[in-house]
Structures are given as structure tokens and as C-alpha cells.
Design a protein around this ligand. Structure first.
Ligand SMILES: Nc1ncnc2c1ncn2[C@@H]1O[C@H](COP(=O)(O)OP(=O)(O)O)[C@@H](O)[C@H]1O
Ligand SMILES: [Mg+2]
Length: 370
């Protein structure tokens, strides 16, 4: 197959995407498949990298794919059909790139929120990872909770704060009052549609809560106040389209107060991964079953990493969030959990490509005219 990897993009997680995509590119069997590397700059320009870039990545396990605005400019042309959707632009001429499947290895905005998925749907290209709707809802922590709660799945209690509420004195006072009535201190505050723990803070009192809300509002127009859960953080990988495979759960043990940005990306000792998670058998079954339910509730397909909290005090299990394009470096939880269940990284990518094709074919069976 011809597989196009998209990486970078207009997102706060641009650099994380470069690292994830490097691992994906390295783990594709190039005897079987042809890999096209397409970098998207922070300004949103698309460049097809030359073959040398793939060679460079494969020769050095620590190398990171370049996001320099070099190579051949490419574009997606919806309406060109599957055979002609990705085109290179040279001297004003469009040339079609052969492409059977696209793997958007992009985290956060434009990549994980349904936008690039919508573009690929319009261009009639199969792609790895969840579809438009699952991506868009999962990006919004409030909407995700509404869906899960509707299906009877346990979510951490929360209050939504919109920018218009912050700007309205009476509405904001009512929110602070409700938070004090519903939750004990501390509470947790985070932007609704961000990732990598940016803008997330624990608040111990009213002043800290207001500060935390203002900080989170820098990242999003909508933020959540949640009950603070003194939690064990457990994560579970799933893949599939009609048949869902669920893998053994793992645990993140942050050395910081919570799993903040520094613990994720800066501090090398910021967190330990325990794979598999040290949980008894019935708990593991509960986590795996709930992961499948959570995925199905959002009409998930392709893949996801589903994150849970286990309250250390009460033992209660909560769903926290669903990541549609989880970290994909060789030390990332998502591929590691698949590996721990007997699916090595290269086979995982092969599987995700097959699922993309399977879903594409299935959705093409549906009628679009009478
Ligand atoms: N309600 C909460 N109580 C305690 N810690 C929390 C809560 N919500 C989030 N956290 C901490 O903040 C981290 C990031 O929050 P999360 O909801 O996973 O957002 P992100 O999309 O940024 O990963 C979590 O991994 C956890 O350590
Ligand atoms: Mg998280």
C-alpha cells in the first residue's frame, strides 16, 4: 500500500506530533508499503518530504522528522476522487500522489478534533484513527462527559464555565457558589478542549479557583471545574471497527502533584509507566469492559486510548477522557499497551491501516442517493 503520514500542524502539540510520527514512520514495513511523509508547518502549509528524510529517520532511532518548510508543496483536492486526492504542486502543475491510506499522526487542534478527518472524508481517502464525529466530541471534555453520562458510564462530577459566565458578575458568583456547595476543596480546573495538561491546575481555595479559571480561559472559551480526585491513573488501548480489541491496562505514576505538562514532556523522571497496571483481575476486567463501552458510546473506530481515574480513597472507577490520536512514540503508553498484549508496534500500524480500509469500504456501501 501507499501510506501518507501527516504530522506537525497548527497545534500546541506540534512537536509531540513530530516525535510520534517519527516512530510511526520507522515502524512501517517498507518492503510491503511505500511511505510518503507530509509535514504540516505551524502556519498550515503542507510539504512532501523527500525519500532521504525517511532514510534519515530509519538510520537513527533518536532522529525526529523535520518540520522545515522544504520539500515539494502538496495539497488535498476534495472532488478529485480517491485516485487523485493528494497532489503535489510544482511549477504551478498538479501531480497526483498514489495514496491508499492516510495516517494523521497529529495531536490536538486541526489533527485530533475532526478537522483533518473531515478533509480526508471529503477527499475520499481512508485514514487511520476515529472518524469526524468521534474525534470532534472526544476533543471536548464536556461533550464527552455528556455522552458517557447519558450511557450510564461514570464521569467525574463537574461544572462548566463559559467565557460569557466569567464576564457576567452574577453568573460567575453563582458558579463559585455552586462549586463551593457541590465540591470540597481542592478542586481541579482545566480547559475543555486542550491537551497535554496545558492550563490545568488544582485550586485549594476561592482565590486560587478564580485564578485557575482565568488561566484555563487563556486556552479555551470553556473550562471545567471538577471534583479533585486523588487518583491512580489507569489507561487502556482499544482498536477496531466492528470488532473492538481491548488491550491490557497500564498505569501512569506521576512524581508531580498531578500529571502536568512538565511531568509529561520535560522532566525525564516526571512519571513512571507500569505495564500492565498492578490491579486485581476483576478490576482489570472492569476497566477493559468500560473502555469498550466508552469507545462504543462515542461511535469510536480505528483506535483510542481511554484514560481512567481510580479514587485512592473510595476505590471508585471514573472515565476521564478518550484520546483519539494518542502519543505514538516507542515509549508511549498506547503502543506499549498493545505490545504488552502481544501486538508489536509494526503489526499495530498494519492493523490500523487495515481497519481504515475496512471502515472506508463499509461506509462506501451506504446509499448516498435514492
Ligand atoms: N478531576 C481531577 N482530579 C485530579 N486530577 C486531575 C483531574 N482532572 C485531571 N487531573 C490531572 O490532570 C491531568 C491532565 O488532565 P486531563 O483531563 O487528562 O487532560 P489532558 O487532555 O490535558 O491530558 C490528568 O492526567 C491528571 O493528572
Ligand atoms: Mg489526559
Amino acid at each position: 500500500m501507499n501510506i501518507a503520514i501527516l504530522y506537525g500542524g497548527k497545534t500546541g502539540e506540534h512537536e509531540v506530533s513530530q516525535v510520534s510520527a517519527s516512530s510511526v514512520a520507522r515502524n512501517i514495513n517498507t518492503k510491503k508499503h511505500t511511505v510518503y511523509l507530509i509535514s504540516i508547518t505551524k502556519e498550515g502549509e503542507w510539504f512532501l518530504q523527500g525519500d532521504a528524510e525517511l532514510e534519515r529517520i530509519k538510520a537513527d532511532a533518536k532522529a525526529i522528522l523535520s518540520d522545515a518548510p522544504t520539500g515539494t508543496k502538496v495539497t488535498i483536492v476534495p472532488g478529485a476522487g480517491t485516485a487523485g486526492a493528494i497532489c503535489s504542486v510544482k511549477d504551478g502543475k498538479l501531480t497526483t500522489l498514489p495514496c491508499d491510506v492516510v495516517f494523521p499522526v497529529m495531536h490536538g487542534t486541526f489533527g485530533e478534533d475532526g478537522l483533518v478527518q473531515g478533509l480526508l472524508e471529503m477527499a475520499e481517502l481512508p485514514y487511520c484513527g476515529p472518524d469526524v464525529m468521534c474525534s470532534a466530541i472526544s476533543m471536548d471534555k464536556e461533550k464527552t462527559k455528556l455522552v458517557w453520562d447519558y450511557y450510564g458510564l461514570p464521569v467525574v462530577p463537574y461544572i462548566t464555565v463559559r467565557r460569557i459566565d466569567r464576564d457576567d458578575e452574577a453568573a460567575f458568583a453563582a458558579i463559585l457558589k455552586k462549586s463551593e456547595k457541590d465540591f470540597e476543596w481542592p478542586v481541579f480546573v482545566k480547559p475543555c478542549r486542550a491537551g497535554s495538561s496545558v492550563g490545568a491546575n488544582k485550586a485549594e481555595d476561592r482565590d486560587a479557583l478564580i485564578k485557575a479559571i482565568d488561566e484555563a480561559l487563556l486556552w479555551d472559551d470553556k473550562v471545567l471545574i471538577e471534583a479533585f480526585i486523588p487518583a491512580r491513573e489507569v489507561e487502556c488501548s482499544v482498536t477496531g471497527f466492528r470488532d473492538i480489541a481491548v488491550y491490557t491496562p497500564g498505569e501512569i505514576i506521576p512524581s508531580h502533584e498531578f500529571y502536568d505538562y512538565d511531568a509529561k514532556y520535560i522532566d525525564p523522571d516526571g512519571a513512571a509507566l507500569r505495564i500492565p497496571a498492578d490491579l486485581d483481575e476483576s478490576r482489570i476486567r472492569e476497566v477493559r469492559d468500560m473502555a469498550v463501552k466508552a469507545f462504543r458510546a462515542l461511535d469510536g473506530s480505528g483506535m483510542a486510548r481511554i484514560d481512567f481515574f481510580i479514587d485512592k480513597k473510595t476505590g471508585k472507577l471514573y472515565l476521564n477522557e478518550l484520546n483519539t490520536i494518542p502519543g505514538f512514540t516507542n515509549i508511549s503508553m498506547f503502543p506499549k499497551l498493545c505490545e504488552a498484549s502481544g501486538l508489536p508496534y509494526p503489526d499495530l500500524i498494519e492493523k490500523l491501516m487495515q481497519i481504515a480500509i475496512e471502515r472506508f469500504k463499509a461506509t462506501r456501501m451506504l446509499k448516498t442517493s435514492r
